[in-house]
Design a protein around this ligand. Structure first.
Ligand SMILES: Nc1ncnc2c1ncn2[C@@H]1O[C@H](COP(=O)(O)OP(=O)(O)O)[C@@H](O)[C@H]1O
Ligand SMILES: [Mg+2]
Length: 438
């Protein structure tokens, strides 16, 4: 009962009770004057004389008045509560809301704004309501604002549009405006939700800038790495390689001039060790700088990589298919493809422990698809590829970056125990491909 009474408008009940009492009095007075002169006024007032036929009419009508008061108070409470919910919601939403309609000339005018709209634009509510809508929108953006508001058919939602709005003091508010078209009182009404995205935009721009800087830095690092590798490779080949060869010839000459004996055997083994070292230096030099690209072209360079891996590791190739792809890419793209291919095979050798490897390079209209599949240990891509993850290396991020730099895309499909498939797609450049210079 308490809940029912709570919030009822008791002034209304009092008023209707008073109405009931007035009726009672009035009815008694009328009866006294016009019908029952024999009874005293007090009798008439209190005992409902002359007695009405079935029941005592005046108290019942009085009670009816009170009941009517309760019903009225209950309805008023409901309406008030709905309104309270509405105004609370409306005013406490953290986005500015404009409710607008179009006048006879087709101009937008306010019919309501919420509290946030007033604080966002720096006006008092009545001040803002009196303003023409164009006053709060940057002049050059008003057509965009209006088309965002009026575009959608009845009941539709507009796609959010970015509009520059104007604060009372003149500063700009970068906003995202989202409008819903409603019909209120048989009139098209527009409910625009305006979100201040100035700060979000600033942060987003900062992020974009720093991402761009990072990308430039990565590209430069990769370029520097490539140059450094080239320098070391040349050093190994020209200096160390030559020095070792020289030593080898000297040693051979010394051995030739000595008689066979136990010392001679030692010298032979040193010579053998030197041959191995020379081979190793040559391989290191070739791995570091893919001169093979310059000398033989991309298709042969990829074949060469496969042979190199077969020579040094025990790999069983399931299938190898390489379309001829020479002359399709710039030198930068060729180096990138070569490196990504090399890293993919290195990863298979290092991590996969696979006994079946397939390589597929297919030339299609406008692009080339490279794929390397192994049936090895596989890995959880989500864990490994998450930046900063415990297992994250720099091989895969470099592959991704290299692909991004040449407009390609890289996909790695893998699962623990289910092998790995690395594929990358590189668009063929339409312009004349410059000569290969690594
Ligand atoms: N073919 C593969 N099979 C199994 N695991 C792989 C394969 N390729 C990559 N991985 C996993 O992904 C990780 C990250 O690779 P990568 O970025 O090249 O770094 P790194 O090779 O230096 O560890 C590896 O440590 C390995 O756990
Ligand atoms: Mg690796």
């Amino acid at each position: 009962m308490k809940g029912f009474l709570e919030g009822l408008d008791f002034r209304l009940i009092l008023l209707t009770s008073l109405g009931g009492a007035v009726f009672w009095l009035f009815d008694a007075v009328l009866d006294y004057w016009f019908e029952t002169g024999r009874f005293t006024f007090t009798q008439n007032l209190l005992y409902d004389y002359p007695a009405h036929e079935m029941f005592i009419v005046r108290p019942i009508i009085f009670l009816f008045f009170i009941f009517f008061g309760f019903v009225l108070a209950f309805l008023v409470r409901k309406v008030k509560r709905n309104e309270l919910v509405y105004t609370n919601l409306f005013d406490n939403i953290n986005d500015a809301i404009f409710v607008t309609v179009t006048d006879e000339k087709g101009n937008l005018e306010f019919i309501d704004v919420n509290r946030r709209a007033c604080s966002l634009f720096g006006y008092q509510k009545d001040e803002l309501m009196k303003l023409p809508v164009p006053r709060v929108v940057a002049a050059e953006e008003y057509p965009k604002f209006v088309s965002g508001v009026l575009r959608q058919p009845n009941g539709g939602n507009s796609t959010p549009s970015e509009v520059t709005m104007i604060h009372k003091d003149g500063h700009k508010i970068l906003s995202e405006v989202n409008t819903t078209d409603l019909t209120l009182w048989q009139r098209s009404t527009y409910l625009s939700v305006i979100r201040d995205i100035t700060e979000i935009k600033k942060t987003a721009n900062k992020l974009i800038n720093s991402e761009q800087q990072l990308r430039v830095l990565t590209a430069r690092l990769l370029e520097a790495q490539e140059n450094e590798r080239k320098r070391i490779s040349a050093g190994l080949h020209d200096e160390l390689g030559q020095a070792l060869m020289h030593l080898k010839f000297k040693l051979s000459a010394l051995i030739r001039n000595h008689d066979p004996g136990p010392k001679r055997e030692d010298c032979d083994s040193v010579l053998h060790y030197m041959d191995q070292t020379i081979d190793y230096v040559r391989k290191l030099s070739r791995d570091l700088s893919p001169t093979v690209l310059e000398e033989l072209g991309l298709t042969s360079a990829l074949h060469y990589l496969i042979e190199e891996f077969s020579e040094h590791y025990e790999l069983s190739w399931n299938s190898i298919h390489l379309d001829e792809i020479d002359g399709l890419f710039s030198s930068q793209a060729q180096v990138a493809i070569f490196r990504v291919f090399q890293e993919t095979l290195t990863n298979v050798v290092r991590h996969a422990r696979a006994n079946e490897i397939s390589v597929d390079v297919t030339r299609e209209e406008g692009r080339v698809i490279f794929a390397v599949q192994d049936n090895g240990s596989g890995f959880e891509t989500d864990e490994v590829l998450a930046s900063g993850g415990a297992q994250a290396g720099i091989g895969i991020p470099s592959m991704q970056e290299r692909m991004r730099m040449i407009g390609g895309s890289l996909e790695i499909l893998s699962r623990k125990g289910e092998g790995t498939r690395v594929s990358f797609v590189v668009p063929v450049e339409t312009r004349d491909v410059e000569s290969v210079a690594v």
